[in-house]
Design a protein around this ligand. Sequence first.
Ligand SMILES: [Zn+2]
Length: 146
Amino acid sequence: MDICSLCNEEAEVFDVIGEESIIKACALCSLRENLPHIKTPAPEEWKEAQRVRNVKERLIGLSKKQFSSQEKPILTSAKAEASLVDNFHWSIQKARKSKTLTQKQLAMALAEKEETIRDIELGKLPLENERVIKKLEQFLHLRLKR
Ligand SMILES: [Zn+2]
């Protein structure tokens, strides 16, 4: 198991040809984005990946068509959000601005992706947010957990 670089989910990933480079993507993403595989997976591997994909699509009730290639699923976890203080995203933004840091600078200081910071400030939490929330609390001297 590995992490898909498109949906950030743990899955069987394949080397596929992305827009700029070779990336690792799960079967669901590589099919959705129509990305060619470098090496065709072994038939049993592929069958398993498609089985997982079918189960996932049924679970989330989305057909392939409903995903546009520009639109990645929002990774907000309602449960995680509920464990944070109200308006945590505004607090983060305010604290960042008071340090006169850009989102990019803050992301670099925390060794996180700029998109992660941007999404969090929009109130969109990544599913794996424990680590980044802890870093934000320490770096910005905030209490974000309820
Ligand atoms: Zn994926």
